[in-house]
Design a protein around this ligand. Sequence first.
Ligand code: AGP
Length: 604
Amino acid sequence: MCGIVGYLGEQEACAILLHGLRELEYRGYDSAGVALLEASGLRCFKAVGKLDNLAAKLGDTASSGKVAAIGHTRWATHGKPTEANAHPHGLTHSQVVHNGIIENYVALRASVATAFLSQTDSEVIVHLFEKHLAAQPPAADTALAAFRATLDALHGAYAILLISETAPGQIFFARQGSPLQFGLGAEGCFFASSDAPLIGHCAQAVYLQDGHWGVAEATGVRLFDAEGAAVLPQPAALPATSLAARKEGYRYFMEKEIYEQPQVLTDILTGRLAADCLSLDELAPEWLRPLRSITLCACGTSYHAALVGSYLLERLAQVPTKVEIASEFRYREPVLDRDGLFVVLSQSGETADTLEAIKLAKAQGLATLALCNVDNSSIVREADHRLLLRAGIEKGVASTKAFSAQVLTLWLLALYWGQAKAVLSGERLAQELAALRQAPSVMQVQPGVHERLHRLSKRYLHGHGFFFIGRDLFYPLALEGALKLKEISYLHAEGYPAGEMKHGPIALADAQLFTIALMARSCLYDKIKSNVEELSARDATIIAITTEYFELADDIIQIRAYDHPMLEFFEMLVVVQLLAMEIAIRLGNDVDMPRNLAKSVTVE
Ligand code: AGP
């Protein structure tokens, strides 16, 4: 998730912008920049890496007098983390910062005659603005009219701040699908993509709605809706502290990240789904098509995502798929298929075992792909190709949104590969595309369900252990649910294929054994039902996650019914994530930083 800050006033702007960007560091980034519009003209400073690099570039640069200033931290989605790709992006008179994805940027780039300096989608905004500026008759609000004409051409998600020498003392802004807010304080007008940078400068903020745009100037802020009608700003109180602001009202980063999942899935799908097909710009079909097999390799939660991917890839792309635990793979002396694709999954991109695994595969001549949440990480740099997860920084040690991002990205990869091999019927592809479009809303936390899990969690704070059981796609989900629970509650939990319980583990069944049964209606329901009946007959305590009443369950967490197993999967995922969190909270554990664990395991 990129970060945006802006300031219009007479205070020294570099310090204000840098402070604001530091308040946004938790969102993760790989480059940063600022632009200052003063009486002396427009200046821009950019740097790759951390904000200290930008501060070093700024040195003792200080703005003087009235200034319109914008700043940005970039989380790469289009184009590697380089200075040219860092924001702000400028042209002759103007500079722009942008959060989001401009879906039609390729067509828009072709519509302007000016040369581009970056690989980003964002840069097209300033080119369009200056093209419209040149086309406008000179008038009082020429720049405002050019800005509106620019917005009318954009498709996709954006939060924008733009400054121009043709409009001194003004900051143009717009919001569509990416958060942006502003506050008016004693020192001037402050913009940010979230609350933290505003705190301390103003007491209230105006949270822009989709379609809102306008201009900040010395006399105040002019706000308009998508139709150009004036809108009266509605300020709201800001959180008291920036830490509270970073958690944006949630108790833990893990909770916030669970609630962010719908937006993450939306961001992953943005620009990739057409009416009857899908695209992954990062992977040419001709590169995928000849590959004869696939090996997915990862650790922990990422390994569970890989397991889900293996079902999807074999069904949708008909590609023989193996899944490996990286720490085992690297010492197993594996015999690899040189015509195969080796895929590593990693949220951090720094997991030692996974990094060594991809090096081993490359040494044996395999094509490699990394699904990763951190561009420019060691694993991304090692891989031939990469699919970035677009999940934004994940602070909670227990991975949540990165897992759902990995699963959705693997689902896209499986469909894209199946489409490239022409092994999917038009009807099947249409069904899959329809389900993909529904995925973000399915992950919306149902308030009633969260409240029920909070109440239910008091019953499951002891016992001699938990079994999470599922079949097919829901077996890896059982593994993931068990890992979430044990890593933050410290209670013992195992994930197991439901059909395996009778081959030994059922010996543990008694009233103190809590079985979380993932009873998907759309996937082998009768099989999982009989497995649960075997456990219930031996007095095991059953918590069923399912779509309707199940008489043998001691507790039921009801989810909505879907005709596609992946939608049931995503809704059940939210349930097991919240269940683990609510139990851990009742036990008084540090949900975000559980004992003995690190967010990135960079050692063997
Ligand atoms: C998951 O909740 C854990 N934090 C852990 O299993 C993690 O998934 C594993 O260490 C792999 O990390 P990575 O995805 O960054 O490679």
